[in-house]
Write a protein that binds this ligand. Structure first.
Ligand code: GDP
Ligand code: IMO
Ligand code: MG
Length: 431
């Protein structure tokens, strides 16, 4: 087991950053394949909190090499800010951070479209992060995008922007009654970004291929979660990239047969940020039983929005296990359930009074399903000091075993706090 993908099994924010950081102790290479700075991955280490949006969460270990792959969308301003934050924290990343020339660039017109489109949708807004991710992927697929390779070469960047920005402005003015953006300002700003990022641009695809040939330990860091996948997620309340294990391969130009193991990351409950149906969402009374959003670390890393919370949902996880072909589970945030008298596990859905076997393909049906719950007694004591599985209270073990059994998937990692050491390992992973 040398090349491991870490994938979110819910609607994002499952704790992928923590899992990547843990596994990076042994990994030499960590790569992001998709998404952009809509992602927010948190690591708590040595009393400090780090939040990564595009830079892989393995960067804290000095022995690692980190890659931003061709399937990502890169907002240069945001990436440079992340680099600056790392620099201020004394983390050296030169010759350890590499950017693929194939990645697409997020421009100010993408962010502006994102905001204007959301405003226009009114009540049916998707609740995007407003980072321009969707419009940037639209341009990529429409074949008018501008990539890192062009950003760093003024001879390519200037003519492309000069022909594109007037078209974008026409759309802003005619459809949205907005004056649009200034070509000269974008050209000047992005030329400067290009110069600053040029030293990091490298043949990421070849480097990853060679690392695999050598047999190095490698990690692939998923962003978002399976139900935000543009094809198999809760469409249209999804992001615009392929967030599944298959997206790793497509986004890095890395052969799928080389990925040895897929870890599906899930919370011991469920959360979602942004709009869209959520069958097991807590009632206000149930929510009141939990620590507040700040204490439970359920405030969005990227946008500061409170996350919606609900019970663990087995039909959802069965569907996302299927989409990803996950080999094992990382169950995060078990400690957040510590104070409850009783817990619920959703074991099935009824639609119009009948049990359904497949996860609904439409949000209309998903909004109508009635979860069928199984009740479990709470353990009502802290799990945060447990270091091995046997230390866990027996009711917590029974809860975990039930989830494992229902999903027919072994648990590799149990997490009981945001810090590195608050982790119970069920099996060694890099072998
Ligand atoms: P990601 O996007 O999947 O990397 O997840 P986020 O970092 O956006 O959100 C997960 C939040 O939960 C972060 O604030 C983490 O520090 C925190 N976290 C991760 N694992 C645990 C855990 O086991 N217990 C607690 N209490 N917090 C955790
Ligand atoms: P990580 O990697 C949680 C959600 C947004 C919105 C939808 C579309 O930290 O798990 P977008 O800006 O991508 O067009 O927004 O997707 N979303 C996330 N939710 N975690 C994320 O990333 C997310 N990235 C996007 O809230 O509902
Ligand atoms: Mg997150």
């Amino acid at each position: 087991m040398k090349r491991i993908a870490v994938i979110g099994m819910q609607w994002g924010d499952e704790g992928k950053g923590k899992v990547i950081d843990l596994l990076s102790e042994k990994a030499r290479h960590i790569a992001r394949a998709q998404g952009g700075n809509n992602a927010g991955h948190t690591i708590v280490e040595g009393g400090r909190e780090y939040r990564f949006h595009l830079i892989p969460s393995g960067i804290l270990y000095p022995h690692t090499k980190c890659y931003i792959g061709g399937g990502t969308v890169v907002d240069p301003e945001s990436l440079l800010k992340e680099m600056e934050t790392l620099h201020k924290s004394g983390i050296q990343f030169e010759k350890r951070l590499f950017l693929s020339p194939y990645a697409h660039i997020v421009f100010p017109y993408h962010r502006l479209f994102d905001q204007l489109i959301e405003q226009r949708r009114g009540k049916s807004a998707l609740g995007t992060t407003g980072r321009g991710i969707g419009p940037c992927y639209v341009d990529k697929v429409q074949r008018v995008g501008i990539r890192v390779a062009e950003l760093i070469d003024p001879a390519l960047l200037i003519p492309r922007l000069s022909s594109l920005v007037p078209l974008k402005n026409e759309e802003f003015q005619k459809i949205y009654g907005h004056p649009g953006i200034h070509l000269d300002e974008v050209v000047a700003q992005y030329q400067e970004f290009g110069q600053k990022l040029a030293p990091f641009v490298a043949p990421v695809e070849e480097m990853l291929f060679e690392a695999a040939e050598k047999g190095d330990f490698m990690l692939f860091e998923g962003a978002q979660g399976a139900l935000l996948d543009v094809t198999f997620g809760t469409y249209p309340y999804v992001t615009s990239s392929s967030t599944l294990s298959g997206g790793i391969s497509a986004g890095l130009g890395f052969g799928p047969s080389r990925i040895d193991h897929v870890i599906g990351v899930t919370k011991a409950y469920t959360t979602r940020v942004g709009n869209g149906p959520f069958p097991t969402e807590f009632s206000p009374d149930e929510l009141a039983l939990f620590p507040d959003h700040t204490a439970s670390r359920e405030v969005g890393t990227t946008t500061g929005r409170k996350r919606r919370m609900g019970w663990i949902d087995i039909p959802l996880l069965k569907a996302t296990k299927c989409f990803n072909g996950t080999d094992s589970l990382a169950i995060m945030k078990l400690d957040i359930l510590d104070g409850l008298d009783e817990l619920k596990i959703c074991i099935g859905y009824k639609l119009h009074g009948k049990m359904i076997q497949s996860f609904p393909a439409t949000i209309e049906h998903l909004a109508e399903v009635k979860p069928i719950y199984e009740m479990h007694p709470g353990w009502k004591c802290s799990t945060r000091e447990c270091t091995i599985y046997d230390d866990l209270p027996s009711r917590a073990k029974a809860y975990l075993r039930r989830v494992e059994g229902l999903l027919n998937s072994p648990i590799s990692i149990i997490s009981i706090g945001p810090e590195r050491e608050k982790t119970i390992w069920m099996e060694p992973l890099f072998l």
